[in-house]
Design a protein around this ligand. Structure first.
Ligand code: NAD
Length: 363
């Protein structure tokens, strides 16, 4: 198969869809790989590293899209890429269709096959291509939250771990999945007083068994969240309903319960956000204020640590990319149920129910 690796063009997205190690595996199997010039440069992979394992470097993004039968990338295509995508082409990347009608319409019109990383799902319902980025985003969410609690950054000027004689900051993590638990562990490691809420009692039981002493669990309800807010300094929103828009668990009126200069980090922003007042931000302008509360809503948090993120992402995507290249998407998806669940758009039709429901479209 002819595989294309374009350079990411979303704001501050420094990751790349495949490492030279991944390209090496594809070339060894007889596939042809085209990599856009400088695609890996911001992740620490210069063009020579790709050429050394047999990739062909192409000067422009249009060249890569024109040659490739399968495009492997990181983020969803953005507007300048829409006209480059053609009927029958396979796109293997994150899409997050449910919160982006324009993207959905563009992909339906293109006639391409869209296999979304975020809905590839194993039998135990885990999401193997979301987990690595969630592990990174969760750790980063706390790091960034701690930074914006600092006064010069607009926060209330509170140190996460406190100091002898002064209490630590209080952190509330909403959603105790991969992002939430990673965020909580980093916050706990910094010495904060951490509470995790979730709707899943099984998940709360698991966390209760493995948690450090300064993480407590709390059942997620509007009542409990309201009760926590007056004493919470940093809230990390990390809920997920797979393939669907995130529910708004903190509404605008609830901001009034918090002290000014508190920080909300909405990691679920890529699914529409779990706070009513969230809107997507970028690494170059990551925060804004509503009613005295700082909001950090960067939709591609792992992009900031591109070297770590590219390595961990391609560890997870490569086995699937190899199957797709070796067998073609129809055979690969027929043989691998996890990959089949990744199909979101095929031949101008939505085939993933939660995406169709989000827009009231047929599936
Ligand atoms: P996950 O499935 O591991 O965890 C989600 C958790 O949310 C589950 O434990 C679920 O029970 C819980 N949940 C659902 N509804 C809830 C509610 N009402 N109250 C409390 N908990 C609730 O998912 P994850 O991998 O941790 O991802 C979390 C979110 O982070 C997703 O929206 C994902 O897309 C997003 N994400 C964003 C970035 C970014 O850069 N912004 C990066 C990675 C992941």
């Amino acid at each position: 198969m002819i595989v294309g690796i374009p350079k990411e063009i979303k704001n501050n997205e420094n990751r790349v869809g495949m490492t030279p190690a991944g390209v090496n595996e594809l070339v060894r199997r007889g596939h042809t790989v085209y990599v856009q010039k400088d695609a890996g440069a911001n992740s620490g992979f210069p063009d020579e590293h790709y050429e050394r394992v047999g990739a062909h470097i192409l000067p422009t993004i249009a060249d890569v899209y024109a040659k490739a039968e399968m495009i492997v990338k990181v983020k969803e295509p953005i507007e300048p890429e829409y006209p480059l995508i053609r009927k029958g082409q396979l796109l293997f990347t994150y899409f997050h269709f449910a919160c982006d009608r324009k993207l959905t319409d563009a992909m339906l019109a293109s006639g391409a096959t869209c296999l979304a990383y975020e809905t590839v799902e194993l039998k135990d319902h885990s999401l193997p291509l979301l987990i690595p980025m969630s592990e990174v985003a969760g750790r980063m969410a706390t790091q960034e939250g701690a930074r914006f609690l600092e006064r010069p950054q607009g926060g209330k000027g509170k140190l996460m771990g406190g100091v002898p004689g002064v209490k630590p900051a209080k952190v509330l993590v909403i959603g105790g999945g991969v992002v939430g638990y990673a965020a909580a562990c980093v916050a706990a490691g910094m010495g904060a007083d951490v509470t995790i809420t979730d709707l899943s009692l099984a998940r709360l039981r698991y966390i209760d068994e493995v948690r450090p002493a300064n993480i407590k669990t709390l059942y997620s309800s509007e009542f409990n969240i309201r009760a926590e807010l007056p004493t919470t300094d940093l809230v990390i929103g990390a809920v997920l309903i797979p393939g669907a828009k995130a529910p708004h668990l903190i509404t605008r009126d609830m901001l009034g319960l918090m002290e000014k200069g508190s920080v909300l980090v909405d990691v679920a922003i890529d699914q529409g956000g779990c706070f009513e007042t969230s809107h997507p931000t970028t690494h170059s302008d990551p925060v804004y204020e509503v009613d005295g509360i700082l909001h950090y809503c960067v939709a591609n948090i792992p992009g900031a640590v591109s070297s770590t993120s590219t390595l961990v992402l391609t560890n997870a995507t490569l086995p699937y990319a190899i199957k797709l290249a070796d067998k073609g998407w129809e055979k690969a998806c027929a043989e691998d149920e996890a990959l089949y669940k990744g199909l979101n758009v095929v031949d101008g039709k939505i085939v993933y129910p939660a995406v169709a429901e989000a827009f009231g479209l047929p599936c």
